[in-house]
Design a protein around this ligand. Structure first.
Ligand code: S3P
Length: 168
């Protein structure tokens, strides 16, 4: 049995789905953003502000390499931009089964409109930014996934059930 890795856009439900799945399967839950925040002793928005996005992307790759070296059988939620670095894709596959949670830009916008913790969306027109980023990223998420879940408008339990059926 290997890890289950959740990928997808910000606000696609990776964390809430991952936590629920971890309860169901009695496996540990990890989140790359949380691990980086803990390691760095500061929030993602501060890392972006003080060190820049490129440094954050380095931290993501380092974290993935660390995870590949440690024990398996966990549920791992990943930052939304993580699969975009070519170097990270073989690392994700080495970690386990990659599950992409697919949602529309409108869903992301509705979920994150009050959110201040995503530096990439702190702009004048977040919906437009979400659409642009999604257009850039969609094919990469798809190509890098072992399983694609249409997650829009569905209950977390229903999504968890489908992931269980397709991965375990
Ligand atoms: C990012 C997504 C965030 C976080 C950072 C950058 C992105 O994670 O890693 O703000 O580039 O899409 P979530 O997908 O968990 O929000």
């Amino acid at each position: 049995m290997s890890n289950i890795i959740l990928t997808g856009f910000m606000g696609s439900g990776k964390t809430s789905t991952g936590i629920r799945l971890s309860y169901r399967l009695r496996r540990a839950f990890l989140d790359t953003d949380q691990l980086i925040e803990r390691e760095q002793g500061k929030e993602i928005s501060r890392i972006f502000a003080e060190e820049g996005e490129e440094q954050f992307r380095e931290m993501e790759t380092r974290m993935l390499k660390k995870l590949v070296e440690t024990e398996q059988e966990r549920i791992i939620s990943t930052g939304g931009g993580l699969p975009m670095r070519a170097e990270n894709r073989p690392l994700l596959h080495a970690l386990g089964t990659v599950v992409y949670l697919k949602v529309t830009p409108e869903t992301v916008y509705e979920r994150l409109r009050e959110d201040t913790g995503r530096p990439l969306l702190q702009c004048e027109d977040p919906l437009r930014r979400i659409r642009e980023l999604m257009t850039e990223r969609e094919a990469v998420y798809q190509a890098g996934a072992d399983v694609v879940i249409e997650a829009d408008g569905r209950e977390t339990d229903d999504i968890v059930k489908e992931i269980e059926e397709k991965t375990v």
